[in-house]
Design a protein. Structure first.
Length: 267
């Protein structure tokens, strides 16, 4: 928590359920300070049943700069926005909200750009090979669309709710007719890049989203969990695979989110 909080400080809450795993303020508050902004992020535990009412009440907080959304609120946030950025329109999810002067919410999704830029910077953006995406929720959806926009040829998508994976595959095929997208779990054996976009790994003792032994010896893992180094990351690293955790994904989207919260014109 920044030491110089005052009534002039602008608030950027991050809404989650459950909230105990959230470590985002450790990344965002230093970034705000580095940008010379008197802003503060604080986690708020909000049950999905209370989400719309909570957002409505937060709109009445006079020193609110915007909202950051994480599991499980990204689709619900999309429904509350009167204005949507291009990624939010394309994916149906929102992880960043801004209250405009007319009292209406604007929303955009920056998970996709954060993932792609982090993967590129860490040398694991392997769109010429097959991608295995585990998790078709808000972050997984944004990542899938971002990879398709980067001309990924083949994406295998699985989720513990099979219908959600099927829905994402259908959406990808409609938006990118040339893509080979399916829900084949066995695709993990051919994947050049495997992605954990689930919440598994947030807590010690969580089951691993998949068996690291199934991956090719030259595959890479991108685990979007940022709160800790997961057991899956450890298992893949033990096999000598290239491993990237979730913090770089946050680092690569913060600047774009700050610009959005400030209302800067899009580039």
């Amino acid at each position: 928590m920044p030491a110089n909080l005052s009534g002039a400080t602008r608030l950027v809450p991050i809404l989650a359920h459950p909230v105990d795993h959230v470590r985002a303020p450790r990344f965002y508050n230093p970034a705000f300070a580095a940008a010379g902004l008197d802003w503060c992020q604080v986690p708020m535990g909000v049950h999905p049943d209370d989400f719309a009412a909570t957002v409505a009440q937060l709109a009445r907080v006079r020193n609110l700069q915007g909202l950051n959304l994480t599991i499980p609120h990204k689709a619900a946030a999309h429904a509350l926005c009167a204005r949507l950025g291009p990624e939010a329109r394309r994916t149906g999810v929102v992880n960043t909200m801004r209250l405009d002067a007319d009292g209406q919410w604007s929303g955009e999704s920056f998970d996709g750009v954060g993932f792609v830029e982090a993967a590129r910077a860490n040398g694991v953006l392997r769109t010429d090979g097959a991608v295995m995406l585990v998790g078709a929720g808000g972050a997984g959806t944004a990542i899938a669309f971002a990879l398709a926009a980067e001309r990924a040829r083949t994406i295998h998508i699985v989720d513990r709710e099979p219908g959600r994976a099927e829905q994402l595959v259908d959406a990808l095929r409609k938006a990118f007719p040339g893509i080979a997208a399916d829900t084949e779990a066995r695709g993990i054996g051919q994947a050049a890049l495997a992605i954990n976009a689930t919440s598994l790994g947030l807590h010690e003792g969580d089951a691993m989203p998949f068996d690291a032994a199934l991956l090719r010896t030259d595959a890479a893992l991108f685990d979007i969990v940022a709160a800790r180094d997961t057991e899956l990351m450890g298992a893949c690293a033990a096999r000598g695979l290239k491993v990237v955790g979730g913090k770089p994904m946050i680092d690569h989207q913060i600047a774009a989110q700050i610009a959005f919260w400030r209302g800067d014109p899009p580039h």
